[in-house]
Design a protein around this ligand. Structure first.
Ligand code: SF4
Ligand code: SF4
Length: 167
């Protein structure tokens, strides 16, 4: 399915996820990169050296979850928009996801957005907490979205500017 549609299955994802214990310890990156291509900005952009050294530029990235702080510095540097940060400790009933976002208009903090899964299907609603868009991100913004805890691992994109009354 992944090769045909680009949508990972739960099996594909299982090798990319940290342990439940690590998830409960705070923010951590999820690197949803599945196809070997000559690409390594994730490795070079991490200030904590949390990615294993690439032996070959075609290697798939391997993240050491014990070194990852969830800072999100790698997100905007990934040309494949394949890196997300999830935080199950954000609030008692809501988690936080940091999502790469290259559409306009950019949301602002406080915006309510429609949340979408990896297939582009609507899941529910989320609240934008922060938008990072410095020049160094080269037009890939990072949008922080709070969602119900049960949706943290499913939400991977947002739809902005479409309120519930306008759908
Ligand atoms: S979130 Fe921060 S610490 Fe984790 S891999 Fe990305 S840049 Fe490194
Ligand atoms: S920068 Fe992104 S697309 Fe490139 S290897 Fe790293 S995770 Fe994969």
């Amino acid at each position: 399915m992944l090769a045909k549609t680009g949508i990972p299955t739960p099996d594909d994802l299982s090798s990319k996820l940290p342990s439940e214990e690590r998830l409960q310890q705070g923010p951590v990156a999820i690197v949803e990169c599945f196809t070997p291509i000559p690409c390594d900005p994730c490795y070079h952009s991490c200030p904590f050296k949390a990615f294993q050294v690439f032996q070959d530029i075609n290697d798939l990235p391997v993240l050491d979850f014990t070194k990852c702080t969830g800072c999100g510095a790698c997100i905007a540097h990934c040309p494949g928009l394949a890196i997300f940060v999830v935080d199950y400790t954000y609030q008692p009933d809501r988690g936080l996801i940091k999502i790469p976002y290259e559409f306009l208009p950019l949301p602002v903090a406080g915006t309510e957005v429609i949340t979408l899964n990896r297939s582009g299907e609507e899941i529910g609603q989320g609240s934008v907490v922060r938008v990072q868009n410095p020049l160094s991100f080269d037009k890939t913004a990072v949008v922080w979205v709070a969602v119900p805890l049960t949706e943290v691992m499913a939400v991977r994109h947002i739809k902005v500017g479409v309120g519930p009354d306008e759908r």
